[in-house]
Design a protein around this ligand. Structure first.
Ligand code: SF4
Length: 115
């Protein structure tokens, strides 16, 4: 299998956004993330272009996107202080929408880095 090298890749895992990563890929699989820390290396090596999950889950069961949105709205409406948490593996656009949602519902935002 051919080795494909991508220089100057950016890691978005922890928020430091290291942009000097050299990725080595065989097919759809990243086999090496040169210059990445152990977290970044693990993040790159364990993500592929394959689909592993359905579009949505509700209580651990496969659901439609509409069902998931309705369930999320019910949880958020019932919450005393909604927490929008995580956001490390999502796009900038999704982060922007998440912050807007937190503001709209009077919630708070936290990232996984507080761990
Ligand atoms: S997880 Fe590591 S490589 Fe990735 S952005 Fe953070 S410090 Fe950089």
């Amino acid at each position: 299998m051919n080795l494909h090298v991508v220089p100057h890749a950016t890691c978005t895992f922890c928020g430091c956004v290291c942009d000097d990563i050299e990725l080595h890929a065989e097919g759809d699989t990243i086999v090496k993330a040169k210059n990445a820390c152990s977290l970044g290396e693990s993040w790159f090596r364990n993500h592929t272009a394959e689909r592993h999950y359905p579009d949505a889950l509700v209580d651990g069961r496969e659901a439609t996107l509409d069902e998931a949105v309705e369930a999320a709205a019910e949880y958020l409406h019932a919450a005393n202080l909604p927490l929008v948490y995580g956001l490390s593996n999502v796009t900038c656009e999704a982060q922007r929408e998440s912050v807007a949602l937190a503001e709209m519902i009077g919630g708070v935002v936290d990232s996984h880095t507080s761990l």
